[in-house]
Write a protein that binds this ligand. Structure first.
Ligand code: AMP
Length: 274
């Protein structure tokens, strides 16, 4: 497994790999890898011949009062896990190598990124689409794997790929949970044991919604009664992120809430009975 820091070196390698006829799979991450990330690497392995995992805490997707500086990092642990899961390359650039001080080009999705996390984290999705577009041009993937954990992000990326004609297949892999139901997240590391216990309310209420035992209001009440602050609880068409209609195929129930100072997101999908 090679570790590459230089963007141009990655692009040169990726172009040469493609010339040999191999399919490249890309898994973009911010590191501090857990089983959720590893499931994406495994999925990329199945769908390609050469897997590139990027590890980059992308500064431009963090707001001024967010956790950029304290975002957890453990490169040696990540390296061992990537190796174990058969990645071919880790791409770990420094921020300066990705962004020129006088950069002036952004990639922005203007519809799906407006609500939910986009409304509460201004500029977040513009940072995500910009870095993912750059990673696509550097890693030259045939297929890129994202997690359903970040449901809105996956939709925004799909829309970017469709609207800008990136020749890349986007795969959305299922959300991976801990044994107690809590969605795996690098940010879980911030939780105190008591907050971690309280955080179970997210998956518990979402599962109850899935079983038809709670409606949107019920989910909202359950979470508001336990979390320190609720950013949103929504019940939307999973393809459009708009209010469900008679054409809705699948409902996305998505939540974002704080436990202590840690903001967690979680979601489930509910098939509409036709
Ligand atoms: P992050 O490192 O948090 O930016 O996440 C990198 C990728 O891993 C994104 O596509 C996430 O959606 C995905 N991911 C993070 N947590 C999970 C999880 N629990 N299950 C599945 N995918 C995940």
């Amino acid at each position: 497994m090679r570790i590459i820091h230089d963007p141009v070196e990655l692009q040169t390698l990726a172009l040469s790999v493609r010339r040999t006829g191999k399919r490249i799979g890309l898994v973009p991450t911010m590191g501090f890898l857990h089983e959720g990330h590893l499931s994406l690497i495994d999925e990329a392995k199945k769908r390609s011949d050469f897997v590139i995992v990027s590890i980059f805490v992308n500064p431009v997707q963090f707001g001024p009062n967010e956790d950029l500086d304290k975002y957890p990092r453990d490169f040696e642990h990540d390296r061992a896990l990537c190796e174990e899961h058969g990645a071919d390359v880790i791409f770990a650039p420094a921020p300066d190598a990705m962004y020129a001080p006088d950069r002036s080009v952004w990639v922005e999705e203007t519809k799906l990124s407006r609500g939910l996390c986009g409304a509460l984290r201004p500029g977040h999705f513009r940072g995500v689409t910009t870095v993912v577009a750059k990673l696509f041009l550097l890693a030259q993937p045939d297929v890129a794997v994202f997690g359903q954990k970040d449901a809105q992000q996956a939709l925004v990326i799909r829309r970017m790929v469709r609207d800008l004609n990136f020749p890349i297949e986007i795969v959305t892999a299922p959300l991976v949970r801990d044994t107690d139901g809590v969605a795996l997240s690098s940010r879980n590391k911030y939780l105190s044991p008591a907050d971690r216990e309280r955080a179970k309310v997210l998956s518990r209420s979402l599962f109850a919604a899935q079983r038809g035992e709670l409606d949107a209001d019920g989910v909202r009440k359950a979470i508001a009664g336990t979390a320190d602050k609720v950013d949103y609880v929504v019940w939307l068409d999973a393809d459009t992120l708009e209010e469900p209609t008679e054409n809705t195929r699948e409902i996305l129930v998505a939540v974002a809430a704080y436990f202590g100072t840690t903001r967690l997101i979680d979601n489930v999908l509910i098939q509409e009975k036709k």
